[in-house]
Design a protein around this ligand. Structure first.
Ligand code: NAG
Ligand code: NAG
Ligand code: NAG
Ligand code: NAG
Ligand code: NAG
Ligand code: NAG
Ligand code: NAG
Ligand code: NAG
Ligand code: NAG
Ligand code: NAG
Ligand code: NAG
Length: 270
């Protein structure tokens, strides 16, 4: 009986896999290319003009890119971007991360250099940062002393906004170099506090979190949650399938479906 069950599952699975391989090349009928090298991104992201949110795919290294930054991951909640420490990166490059459908969230601390006034927004000991990021080569400030201090920008406590404000970053301290970024991982914090009521959190160095949204009002699968986003007065939204469902959650995308993970689990347990 068990053997028969597996024989049913496997033939069912093959068309599903073939179908998803097909749709990864060329999502539905919209003419949106969602494949970059080996990696695919979920709807509404893609790399061609037909895509609702267009990212770049570098032709040489096959990396997903936003501006000059490599994208580490795209999930239903966030885009994670790599920001390796670099002493001569102009702060103007930051403007590329403030796109039409994404922007850095408040959970980032920006490490800035060459400021006319030091910024001291983040409560991160400079020795701790030095141990994680190689900033010795940077020629700003008193680097040859123990007092070497970088500037760190973060949004104010009383600023309830979800996203950083580019103009405010630029005007505060008048810094000209974007050295790197530190991201606070609240997913870890939630887990840690659930475990024992402690308030620990994880810091992700040389990374930046972008929040993203599709334009318009909520249009999600019935089995998905909609997160409304307001950015610069314009409405946007994100969909996320509920627990037990897989998919991008968008009505205009794949929506949500049940079962694929269950099939893989059945296969794994053979
Ligand atoms: C999708 O791409 C793979 C390789 O990238 C190719 O083998 C396959 O034929 C493509 N399928 C379609 C429908 O274009
Ligand atoms: C995807 O579809 C569009 C239009 O249907 C077509 O022009 C394009 O060549 C396709 N791309 C791939 C990779 O199959
Ligand atoms: C992709 O590259 C083009 C041309 O270099 C640029 O205009 C565009 O802003 C880039 N888009 C993203 C999301 O980085
Ligand atoms: C991207 O995020 C997904 C979902 O959180 C996770 O399963 C996956 O391991 C991540 N990939 C990388 C390369 O970090
Ligand atoms: C930054 O420095 C590297 C080498 O240290 C150099 O290759 C690159 O062109 C410089 N970039 C800018 C914008 O000055
Ligand atoms: C940075 O270091 C210099 C010299 O060590 C010191 O005078 C200055 O006040 C420091 N700035 C900040 C913001 O701590
Ligand atoms: C910011 O710095 C530039 C030169 O780097 C200078 O010309 C400008 O006056 C400064 N602005 C402020 C408000 O300090
Ligand atoms: C650092 O600031 C000075 C004065 O504001 C400016 O002339 C110089 O170009 C800046 N250096 C870099 C690497 O941006
Ligand atoms: C939080 O805990 C869940 C379940 O214990 C785990 O699957 C998830 O990976 C954890 N998230 C993080 C960010 O550690
Ligand atoms: C949680 O805290 C209690 C007492 O404060 C301690 O006895 C227990 O070992 C802690 N559990 C974990 C998983 O840290
Ligand atoms: C969606 O929202 C419901 C009710 O607000 C909540 O119970 C559920 O956990 C949410 N699902 C996800 C995936 O966030």
């Amino acid at each position: 009986m068990i053997i028969l069950f597996h024989q049913i599952i496997i033939p069912l699975l093959i068309p599903i896999l073939a179908l998803s391989a097909y749709s990864q090349n060329n999502s539905s009928s919209s003419g949106c290319d969602q494949l970059c090298g080996e990696e695919s991104v979920p709807y509404p992201f893609g790399f061609s003009d037909g895509c609702r949110i267009k990212l770049n795919c570098s032709s040489d290294s096959r990396n997903i890119r936003i501006g000059d930054f490599n994208v580490r991951n795209v999930t239903s909640d966030q885009i994670l971007v790599n920001l390796p420490a670099k002493c001569n990166r102009s702060v103007e490059e930051l403007s590329l991360l403030f796109g039409a459908n994404f922007a850095p969230t408040w959970r980032n601390g920006l490490l800035l250099e060459n400021c006319s006034e030091p910024i001291n927004d983040c409560v991160i000991p400079s020795r701790f940062v030095k141990s994680r990021i190689d900033i010795d080569d940077c020629k700003y400030g008193s680097r040859n002393t123990d007092h070497y201090n970088f500037s760190c920008y973060s949004s104010g406590l009383d600023d309830g906004a979800d996203f950083l404000n580019y103009r405010e970053v630029r005007s505060k301290g008048n810094c000209s170099v974007l050295l790197s970024s530190i991201m606070v991982d609240l997913g870890f914090a939630e887990n840690a506090s659930r475990m024992n009521g402690s308030s620990s959190l994880a810091l992700d160095f040389e990374a930046m979190e972008l929040g993203w949204w599709a334009d318009g009002e909520c249009d999600c699968d019935p089995n998905a949650n909609c997160t409304q986003v307001v950015y610069e007065g314009r409405p946007g939204f994100r969909c996320k399938c509920n627990k037990g469902y897989t998919g991008d959650g968008f009505t205009g995308g794949e929506g949500c479906w049940k079962g694929q993970l269950v099939c893989f689990n059945v296969l794994n347990s053979i």
